[in-house]
Design a protein around this ligand. Structure first.
Ligand SMILES: NC(=O)c1ccc[n+]([C@@H]2O[C@H](COP(=O)([O-])OP(=O)(O)OC[C@H]3O[C@@H](n4cnc5c(N)ncnc54)[C@H](O)[C@@H]3O)[C@@H](O)[C@H]2O)c1
Length: 322
């Protein structure tokens, strides 16, 4: 398929574009700044510019659009700006897709749409699935509710299939290897201090698993995905202890039903994506962190071996370095 991905230079967009290209799609990434992605045709465009989205889609004529662009972190800008930017971007891109007759349009929502940012929030049922009420507690989450309804509006009124997904806390390959995550800390720190992951109900998602989800969504029959949404997360919780042992201190809003979250069970159900799309995540924090630390130890060992076998530094090099 020829696929346009908006927000292609972002945390999720970079991995998604590269992964879709590797699985045989022809990918055009659209972002304000390009990211130097291999195998991806990148366009630098402000999608809020006059007729920018329409011109892009008229020219590229994609089979599908995956809309990720937006302000992705709650409270990272004034509340009004987050609401207006995210909702205007989504409506602009989806309207351009409808006008261009694009067959498949998938937009990024967020699990925060259900409202767990508020101290007064209570889970209706645990594990949380797509039937859970949406009760946004900040402008970011509210923008996602509007985006979900924008998707549904185009699903009712345009010719193509329109859907949304709610990716859990996205972890890119570099973040497993120690790069700072969206919240500024590392993945190891997020595990060491359960209060950090409690903020997102211990959810997470490897960016490559997000890619396989999008691939499965694009391949599914239109009638299966049109007008509906999916939670997309890892199959376990981002915690060293079972959520059943953590929720009382850290997320009382989950309620006593969270006692069922024993072992590695996550708070969010991904059964709908498994049942309707045949999608399952393949990665979890145990394998990815140990692979990353194995790679780091191998790199350190290789550089120590290289240093040991290298000839001694010339005196002038030593003095320049000091
Ligand atoms: N990262 C997560 O954990 C997570 C979780 C749930 C939902 N999401 C959603 O997934 C999407 C992608 O998230 P991310 O973490 O990759 O975000 P990100 O901030 O890393 O990337 C967003 C990209 O959108 C681009 N963009 C913003 N305004 C634009 C405009 N006017 N024109 C063109 N490009 C524009 C930015 O330049 C940026 O590269 C967002 O919609 C976010 O809300 C992300």
């Amino acid at each position: 398929m020829r696929v346009v991905v908006t927000g292609s230079s972002g945390r999720l967009g970079r991995t998604l574009c590269a992964g879709l290209a590797a699985s045989g799609h022809s990918v055009v990434g659209a972002d304000q700044a390009s990211a130097g992605l291999t195998g991806v045709e990148e366009r630098e465009v402000d999608l809020l510019g006059e007729h920018a989205a329409e011109s892009l889609l008229d020219e590229v004529r994609p089979d599908a659009v995956v809309h990720l662009a937006g302000i992705a972190v709650p409270f990272s800008a004034p509340e009004g700006e987050i609401l207006v930017t995210n909702t205007t971007l989504a409506h602009t891109v989806l309207a351009a897709a409808a006008r261009a007759g694009v067959g498949r349009v998938l937009a990024a929502s967020s699990p925060t749409v259900i409202g767990y940012g508020s101290p007064a929030w209570r889970a209706q049922a645990v594990p949380i699935d797509e039937t859970h009420p949406r009760e946004p507690a900040n402008a970011y989450a509210l923008s996602k509710l509007v985006i979900e309804e924008t998707v549904r509006m185009f699903s009712r009124t345009a010719a193509g299939a329109y859907g949304f997904f709610r990716p859990c806390y996205v972890v890119s390959p570099e973040e497993w290897a120690g790069a700072p995550t969206q919240q500024g800390h590392t993945m190891l720190e997020r595990l060491e201090d359960p209060a950090l992951a409690a903020v997102s109900l211990f959810n997470y998602l490897d960016a490559r698993d997000a890619t396989s989800f999008v691939d499965a969504w694009l391949a599914a029959p239109a009638g299966v995905v049109d007008g509906t949404g999916f939670f997309v997360g890892a199959a376990d919780a981002l915690a060293r202890q079972p959520v059943a042992e953590l929720w009382r201190d850290l997320v009382p809003g989950l309620g006593a039903a969270a006692d069922t979250l024993t072992g590695t069970r996550p708070v969010f159900s991904i059964d709908k994506a498994a049942e309707l799309l045949g999608w399952r995540p393949e990665r979890d924090w145990r394998t990815e962190l140990s692979a990353a630390s194995g790679a780091a130890s191998a790199a350190a060992a290789a550089s120590a071996a290289a240093a040991a076998s290298a000839p001694p530094l010339a005196p002038q090099t030593e003095s320049r370095a000091s």
